[in-house]
Design a protein around this ligand. Sequence first.
Ligand SMILES: Nc1nc2c(ncn2[C@@H]2O[C@H](COP(=O)(O)OP(=O)(O)OP(=O)(O)O)[C@@H](O)[C@H]2O)c(=O)[nH]1
Ligand SMILES: [Mg+2]
Length: 411
Amino acid sequence: MGLNETPSGERVHIGFFGLRNAGKSSVVNAVTGQELAIVSDVRGTTTDPVKRAMELLPLGPVVIVDTPGVDDEGALGEARVARALRALSSCDVAVLVVDGESGLSEKDRELLAAFRGRRVLSVLAWNKCDLPAARDSLADLGRREPELASSAVAVSALTGEGVHELKERIAALGAPGGRERRVVADLVAPGSVVVLVCPIDASAPRGRLILPQQMTIRDLLDGGCLPVVCRETELPAALASLSGPPALVVTDSQAFGQVARIVPESVPLTSFSILMLRYKADLVGAVRGAAALDRLRDGDAVLISEGCAHHRQCEDIGTVKMPAWLAAHTGASLELSFTSGADFPEDLTRYAAVVHCGGCTLNAREMRSRQDRAARQGVPMTNYGVAIAHMHGILRRSLAPFPEALAALGD
Ligand SMILES: Nc1nc2c(ncn2[C@@H]2O[C@H](COP(=O)(O)OP(=O)(O)OP(=O)(O)O)[C@@H](O)[C@H]2O)c(=O)[nH]1
Ligand SMILES: [Mg+2]
């Protein structure tokens, strides 16, 4: 991803699902106007979900996800189907591509049910409408199931017919509705000074700031606030330079202890990871999950999970620092497991707790679906920022700006 591009976690994710040879890849190419995906008459041409960030007008920055057919067979086929369905958890909009010539199959209906179950908005792309048989089957659907047919768009990836209308439908579904969440600017009045503490150590990326810091600065600018950015070493000087106390201080979690000693108790203080968690997911749930860390015993299994496979800074926290903090906090010898990227186990029940990263590269839907999965299975799940704050005894202070989460912490 280039530095000037919208981060993928901020993009509307649009997934294309359906049977093998329905024309998913062909429709992806028609909708995007690019030869993104390989098309062939061999069933099972697409073997892995393929994600591509792009501009899709009239929607704007999106991620397009092409998936393997859900009727693939054999052990390998089943693994592909599982990956296709897993891709659904990050999708904001699902397009069910139906081979109009053969009509709606049982598997297609199962997909529609899966979309509903995960509350993913969907549209039916009735493909191959250049063929008379496809037109007939759509007319037939209109007679039998008018409601379902009303969510269908007749398209032909071959001739381009209906593709414009399909794009309009996708855009209508993907338009920001409940997505107007703020990172930080809703916490302070316009014009407020907010001090951001960004340590620059060996694990900081060369020549830029990390995504949570960028997003916080951007949101403060959007909100007409005054971000003051410094390292922890310059924090006393930064505070002294202000005409009054700042409205809020936000720090990198790792410097929280040091920063907490410098910032007066009367000034609200929180961390970037807590801001990101609140933005993406359920802060209150993560606060409850942190309490479970106090109950860990010898031999308990704990999953440490990261949303991406390439953040050196996170990797260092996940594989080195978090295990050390957990050991010190619990005094127990724990059985730790690690996952990263798209891997997040379906079955979490063997874990006594899950500690997840802030998910800066995951979108809100993916983060929430991971939290929901843990909640459904009764497994406490927390995140790096909350866990670190808790184990260092500073969670209460870092939740000061969030009364609801503070209440979840109890006394
Ligand atoms: N007549 C007609 N053929 C189409 C249309 N769209 C796709 N096809 C053909 O259907 C076959 C399958 O197309 P793909 O786009 O590879 O299908 P897919 O759903 O991605 O298939 P898998 O990746 O194997 O799951 C190809 O031979 C395409 O040329 C269409 O609108 N009309
Ligand atoms: Mg394909």
